[in-house]
Unconditional design. Structure first.
Length: 90
């Protein structure tokens, strides 16, 4: 038995009716789509220099900070250079 079937089997009749109502209204689809979109967005980030969307596995990571560590993901070496130059001038 899959997880969803087992979960539904363990619910009270009232909870099953509420889920059925949400299912008919399209709320379950919305919840599932939102969860999937959050996961998809977690796979990407924005370059802090140029604003391009970067896949986390394709970007260049720079981790910095003394007490609080921060991580930035850049889309290319030119953005890393620009960021470091600006950081150095501060």
């Amino acid at each position: 038995m899959n997880k969803l079937a087992k979960l539904i089997d363990e619910l009270s009749l009232e909870d099953v009716k509420l889920i059925k109502k949400d299912l008919d209204a399209g709320n379950v689809k919305k919840l599932i789509d939102e969860k999937l979109n959050k996961e998809k967005l977690a796979e990407t980030c924005t370059c802090p220099v140029c604003g391009m969307i970067v896949r986390r596995d394709k970007g260049i990571y720079l981790e910095f900070g003394k007490e609080i560590r921060k991580r930035a993901v850049f889309d290319g070496v030119d953005c890393v250079r620009y960021f470091l130059d600006r950081l150095e001038k501060q």
